[in-house]
Design a protein. Sequence first.
Length: 115
Amino acid sequence: MDYVDFSWIKEFPAAVTVCDADGIILEMNDKSARTFEKDGGRALIGKNVLDCHPDPSRGKLERLMARQEKNVYTIEKNGVKKLIYQSPWYRGGQYAGFVEFSFEIPFEMPHFIRD
């Protein structure tokens, strides 16, 4: 396979946080580091993502990771609406961990149904 440069994700305008199969945070892009700055920002790399979540969200994330299931929802916090997309990721067909994308979205947005 050809090398693909993924450095574009560093400045991608959504928060991207990646952990391994044991929950250890492997990578955070710039937006993710800023989003979690109060919790340590990039210093969270090497820490367990489960330790960043109080119950009941910790228990839910544990179940999602164990079952390798995705979780998609929206939240509103501090006047900002976000789409949260949490999903297992794979390497060579083997479960490698979990990734979270957090996109800021408008409160009202078009929805299209396409055939």
